[in-house]
Design a protein around this ligand. Structure first.
Ligand SMILES: Cc1cc2nc3c(=O)[nH]c(=O)nc-3n(C[C@H](O)[C@H](O)[C@H](O)COP(=O)(O)O)c2cc1C
Length: 193
């Protein structure tokens, strides 16, 4: 069992990091392997819809030379993908959106002359997010978008942990949020058993 945590926060000690820390500690307690990828540290170009990735159905096949091949390999090698991101303008942050676009084409060979396979068919995907608005107005559009993304890509959506940030003057993390994060990890671990 391997997790790949795609970290979309630009803040190295921000709210989203504080929320994923207990989740990661719980994975470690259960001796579950994981990769943690800080997307703002990576070079991730936008998809330009050239469709060169659609020619060979067995590989990523993208011709852009940046860090996405390396990220593709780690995602491909994992059983569970976690999208960890603050909400920016009702969605994930830009490097995560760019990565989602690159993967929706590179992983799903649906866009050539004939419809091919999804290379990540059956993997699980979950969300860990933080937002400033009430979650039902802050994360609803992102969650809905990701649910459709999963259905389209033949991924299994396994749920979302969301915690609210009450602003720069307040302390984000609390015992309750830490426990929610640990319990979300335990829930996902039990789904996979
Ligand atoms: C540019 C920007 C856009 C944001 N847009 C939203 C938004 O649309 N909805 C929301 O609920 N919170 C929004 N927020 C608040 C962040 O999601 C929230 O503060 C989050 O906890 C920050 O996480 P971080 O510390 O990991 O960066 C925004 C923050 C920034 C900086």
């Amino acid at each position: 069992m391997k997790y790949c945590i795609l970290m979309g926060s630009p803040r190295k000690n921000g709210n989203t990091l504080k929320l994923i820390k207990p989740f990661i500690e719980e994975l470690e307690l259960n001796q579950i392997q994981y990769d943690l990828i800080w997307l703002y540290d990576k070079h991730i170009e936008s998809c330009i819809a050239c469709r060169k990735c659609q020619k060979d159905w067995s590989i990523f096949g993208c011709h852009i030379s940046d860090d996405v091949q390396e990220i593709f390999d780690k995602v491909y090698d994992s059983d569970v993908i976690i999208l960890a991101t603050p909400i920016y303008s009702w969605y994930c942050t830009p490097p995560m959106k760019a990565l989602l676009d690159r993967l929706v084409y590179g992983m799903n060979k649906y866009y050539g002359d004939e419809k091919g396979p999804s290379l990540w068919n059956g993997k699980r995907l979950g969300i860990i997010t933080t937002c400033g608005y009430r979650p039902e107005k802050g994360t609803d559009l992102f969650e809905e978008g990701i649910k459709r993304y999963c259905k389209h890509s033949q991924l299994k959506y396994i749920g979302m942990l969301v915690e609210r940030d009450f602003g720069y003057k307040s302390v984000f993390i609390s015992d309750e949020k830490i426990e929610n994060s640990r319990s979300f990890a335990r829930q996902l671990i039990s789904i996979m058993e």
